[in-house]
Design a protein around this ligand. Structure first.
Ligand code: CAA
Length: 388
């Protein structure tokens, strides 16, 4: 990070998070990966460091930072553990719908608890048959008196088992497509809300990814985000536009963390009587990886700055940075395993975890095929002269 290009707050955030990542996250990363347990000690440290409020406006108890600030924190956490990176970032994904579409009263009610780290939040968009095609969801919300009754199942709910709040998207007007979808803030413990299957995952194993069952789940009408039906899908898409740079930052952190380990290893490992970093073949791999990581990081920061500046047409840049950074992370972490040779393939060394953690970044918050679709649609709109 060239410090002159960032604000004093951003540099301080980077330093604060890096110290936390090295002293609290890295020492427990392997344990939680093996045991597939949530790192409550890390959650407590992040809360005490005041980092849950980074992206939340000051008037609701947050730091009033933007997407760039969020990305800086996520990158540093992910450099030590990709699972911790997403366990943190998913709170931004879950709370953006409130920030973007909630009423003043809803923001005052829920955001301060998230900012303080007293309540975590997840994002309930996907279903078994509605992943990439999010608009085809079938979870239903019907108004009965002054409540909504929700029925359905949500899938791939990251953090759902430990979150107090869950932003649930459901159909309020069948037959109206995307315009018939609404968003609700559902609280753990509401009647009919149940956490189901915990996925046994390849990577990001410290963060629970679960199914959420809504069985005649009764939610007060005051929990309908924005107070009006039909805006849920738009808010979900606007949320993903703002959250995808966070996944991209997670990928940059994973790639950087893997490269750090590979640099250390190749400097110590000897073959043919010399350290392997003295071989040109290895040096070129290291150089390529460092270059690709920096290029990805700069695209992430460019997209984040565009979002923070209020630039309206952010879908394309957001998708581009997610696509670039996550493909980079997969390539770099795979090459780092290669540099470790047989040791890289074994769990005695931490490098294979980076490769496993990186894979999901190409899949969640929109597969990289969806990112290409979003980019191509923007390009075609731009070249046809139609308004974006
Ligand atoms: N901003 C604002 N509005 C948008 C928008 C955006 N970026 N994108 C679409 N919309 C609006 C459109 O204008 C349209 O509105 P009108 O009906 O008023 O005209 C409406 O939304 C429907 O748009 P489309 O017809 O373009 O929608 P589509 O059905 O063709 O879907 C898609 C487009 C890009 C494929 C979208 O469904 C998508 O992004 N899919 C991927 C979903 C995704 O990322 N899921 C991951 C969830 S989170 C997760 O992975 C788990 C976790 O916990 C981390």
């Amino acid at each position: 990070m060239i410090e002159a290009l960032y604000t004093p707050l951003q540099i301080e955030l980077r330093n604060r998070t890096r110290e936390l990542a090295e002293t609290v996250v890295r020492p427990v990363a392997a344990k939680h990966d093996v045991e597939q347990t949530f790192p409550w000690e890390v959650q407590k440290a992040i809360k005490e460091a005041g980092l849950f409020g980074v992206w939340i406006p000051k008037e609701f108890g947050g730091m009033g930072g933007g997407v760039l600030d969020l990305c800086i924190v996520v990158e540093e956490l992910s450099r030590a553990c990709g699972g911790v990176g997403v366990a943190y970032a998913v709170n931004a994904l879950g709370s953006f719908p409130i920030i973007l579409g909630g009423t003043q009263a809803q923001k005052e009610r829920w955001l301060p608890k998230i900012a303080a780290g007293d309540a975590m939040i997840s994002f309930g968009l996907s279903e078994k048959e509605a992943g990439t095609d999010a608009g085809s969801m079938v979870t239903r919300a019907e108004k009965v008196g002054d409540e909504y009754v929700l029925n359905g199942e949500k899938k791939w709910n990251t953090g759902g088992a430990v979150a107090t709040y869950n932003t649930i998207f459901a159909v309020t007007a069948p037959g109206r497509g995307a315009r018939g979808i609404s968003a609700f803030l559902v609280e753990k413990g509401m009647p009919g809300y149940r956490v189901g299957k915990h996925e046994d995952k390849m990577g990001i194993r410290c963060v629970p990814v679960v199914e959420i069952h809504l069985e005649k789940c009764r939610v007060p009408a005051s929990h309908l985000l924005g107070g009006a039906e039909g805006h849920g899908f738009k808010h979900a898409m606007q949320t993903l536009d703002r959250a995808r740079p966070g996944v991209a930052a997670q990928a940059v952190g994973l790639a950087q963390g893997a490269l750090d380990l590979a640099l250390e290893y190749t400097h110590q490992r000897k073959q043919f009587g010399q350290t392997i970093d003295s071989f040109q073949g290895v040096q070129w791999m290291l150089a390529d990886m460092a270059t690709q990581i920096e290029a990805a990081r700069q695209l992430v920061h460019h997209a984040a700055r565009a979002i923070d500046s209020g630039y309206r047409h952010i879908s394309k840049l957001s998708a581009m940075c997610k696509l670039t950074a996550t493909d980079t992370a997969m390539r770099v972490t795979t090459d780092c395993v290669q540099l470790f040779g047989g040791y890289g393939y074994c769990k005695d060394f931490p490098i294979e975890k980076y490769m496993r953690d990186a894979k999901i970044t190409q899949i969640y918050e929109g597969t990289n095929q969806v990112q290409r679709l979003v980019i191509a649609r923007s390009l075609l709109r731009e070249t046809s002269g139609a308004p974006e």
